[in-house]
Design a protein around this ligand. Sequence first.
Ligand code: FAD
Length: 450
Amino acid sequence: MIAAERVHTLNTARVRKGRYVLYWMQSSHRASSNLALEHAIERANNLGIPVLACFCFDVSYPGANERHFQFLAEGLIAVGRALEERGIQLILMRGTPGEVIPDLASEAALVVTDTGYLALHLTWRKAVARQISCPLIQVEDNVVVPVKIASVKEEWSAGTIRMKLHRLITRFLEQVEPARVDSSSLSLDAGGLAYEEARSLPREAADRSVAPSAFYRGGEDEAARRLDSFISHDLDRYGTLRSDPVLNVISNMSPYLHYGQISPVRIAQRVLESGKAGADTFLEELIVRRELSMNFVTYNPHYDSYFGLPAWAKETLSRHEKDPREYTYTESEFERARTHDPFWNAAQQEMMVTGKMHGYMRMYWGKKILEWSESPEEAYRIAVLLNDRYELDGRDPNGYAGVSWCFGKHDRAWSERPVFGKLRYMNANGLRRKFNIQRYADHISALTGD
Ligand SMILES: Cc1cc2nc3c(=O)[nH]c(=O)nc-3n(C[C@H](O)[C@H](O)[C@H](O)COP(=O)(O)OP(=O)(O)OC[C@H]3O[C@@H](n4cnc5c(N)ncnc54)[C@H](O)[C@@H]3O)c2cc1C
């Protein structure tokens, strides 16, 4: 059964007679382990009507480019097919949810949606809730523990949220079996485009400057295949080897989690069932670290800006703002991987070419942008911009928390040094000491042909 704390009604309208229950799919692009979808099916079965699923796309969505649209489109086609097998029609609508959903909702008994955490996603839900005259029900299914149940305030660090989450995890790993769909919506005429039309979306992107990734294919089937492979081959070594960028003993789940093509609850259940060593370390990242990011964007209105950093970090950085920098680079030099540091350049290339940088290198990458920019504010802006432009998992709570971590968020003060002040420092010697980092750089240059 779906935990009641996941389900919220966002307006006061009453259920009425309708042709269908509208499932507005926004952040969970999957047909399996999708609690919002299961809730919609249950409500529709009770009312004796079908579920119509809808996804709104806006080719000028802020920061989205051809790479993102390709991954999104692959995911939509996969979920469209999977829903069809269950007797549910998925239609695509052009426009923002505020423009599209009220029209479709005019024939619905109620609307069910999933949960988003970024400002734009909250605005969309508010706009739709205001405009429709049937209930808008939101189901929070892209986290293990619902964010406001985990904590009622912005948490200081992983250390302060960990226990709060641990107390609740088991309760929110609820098993929800896929419900039988009583009335099919496959023959319903509701307008919109068939889900296969998603194929042409990438070419319509307003920004076509970033090519699709040849390394990551979107879709819930692909996410499931990668998860199986990770659990079988890498999970038992994750606890000891996950930081090594040469070995890639990581799950690569982040792009799939970002698009909701896989459920974090399902991942956690699978990892626990495996009984493998590495499970605890992995769940620390998947639940504690990831849900700390959701906490950050929920309670900090400046989550994607330098102003969102803790006061101590801004203070120490401003004290060192005028410190001489050994190297400084512009946004364009960073973007083209034209620094003096072959390891930093390799990390930037990995992100630009594959669409996903190794997690350990992301920390080094962000710290060095801070060290080599004219000012910490400029460094923050460049890091967010490049992260959002090239990472398949960019434009995500984890991205804003990750960049902010490089600038002191969710961390503590260390000993003071130039430019960084009391922020944690990282350098190339650390990479050399810990890993065969030259092999990483060679591997990336082989990938990119440099
Ligand atoms: C500068 C910087 C930028 C980052 N940008 C992003 C981003 O845009 N999107 C993104 O999803 N993550 C981001 N991260 C966090 C982390 O690096 C990635 O989540 C991770 O590398 C994804 O790879 P994976 O799925 O193979 O991770 P795995 O190691 O296999 O971990 C499994 C899952 O746990 C979560 N996770 C792992 N590490 C972290 C972390 N440090 N913080 C929060 N959650 C974590 C992710 O959801 C990940 O998919 C960033 C970190 C830094 C330092």
